[in-house]
Write a protein that binds this ligand. Structure first.
Ligand SMILES: O=C1O[C@H](COP(=O)(O)O)[C@@H](O)[C@H](O)[C@H]1O
Length: 248
């Protein structure tokens, strides 16, 4: 499969979230039409929360059989289960708890009240991913969503952090994250780039510099994302403010 990418700019955060929700629903429906099931990797962050709310409110959401979707996470903040800062809690509250999902197909990363360290959580996640993949590595995710930080991080892969350079395994424990909390769990860039499609979503002027730098220099973590099938940057005008050209 050839690797391709594009940048698509929407007017503002509301339009962006609605557009991403519609695209996402259609992407999962297409996967299910093809093979009866679908898989998605969720992200955390403010614009992601808005996308999840839009999925729930979308009149076309019934085109997806939500009980045949596997939900994974690209990263997690290593906190006790139910903590409002966990990406899992955010997604559950925003939409998963309100859809008829199959609990066995929801794959959160282990919480800090279940295991002692982020490394242990990463090890468990690697095992769960490998099981779903039929032995080793990761399943072929139909869609992987990523937010981007002001510093250009994606998932919990931060510039300069050793976790960014781990490439032999699918998930890694992260320490000393510059953004709280310091302990996290993340898919590695290898696992991220094994997805069939990756969509980086960004909203707001605070993201403009990181978006521009990631797309022009390709050194920041976000700039290294290149999924197997396609990579899309779905962003709003404020986040696109520094871009000189939109194709990549
Ligand atoms: O900490 C995280 O932050 C990023 C971006 O969040 P935002 O609120 O600035 O959009 C997110 O993508 C990541 O999953 C999360 O753990």
């Amino acid at each position: 499969m050839s690797r391709s990418g594009a940048v698509i700019v929407h007017n503002d955060a509301d339009v962006l979230a609605e557009a991403v929700a519609s695209r996402l629903i259609n992407r999962l429906a297409d996967a299910q039409a093809h093979r009866g099931e679908a898989s998605i990797v969720l992200t955390g962050g403010r614009i992601a929360a808005k996308v999840y709310q839009n999925i729930l409110g979308s009149p076309i959401r019934t085109v997806v059989n939500w009980s045949k979707v596997d939900f994974w996470w690209g990263d997690e903040r290593f906190l006790p289960s139910g903590d409002p800062e966990r990406n899992e809690t955010q997604a559950r509250e925003a939409f998963l708890d309100h859809l008829k999902v199959d609990p066995a197909r929801v794959h959160p990363m282990a919480a800090a009240d279940a295991v002692a360290t982020p490394e242990e959580a990463a090890e468990l996640y690697r095992a769960e991913l490998a099981k779903a993949a039929g032995g080793e590595g990761t399943p072929a995710f139909d869609l992987l969503l990523l937010g981007i930080g002001e510093d250009g991080h994606v998932a919990s892969l931060f510039p300069g952090n050793p976790a960014l350079d781990v490439d032999a395994v699918a998930a890694v424990g992260v320490r000393n994250s510059p953004k709280p909390p310091p302990e996290r769990v993340s898919l590695t860039m290898t696992a991220i780039n094994s997805a069939t499609a990756a969509w980086i979503i960004a909203s707001g002027a605070g993201k403009a510099e990181a978006v521009d730098e990631a797309l022009s220099k390709r050194e920041l973590p976000a700039g290294r994302v290149q999924a197997v099938g396609h990579t899309r940057w779905l962003i709003d005008k404020d986040a696109a403010a520094n871009l000189k050209h939109l194709e990549f």
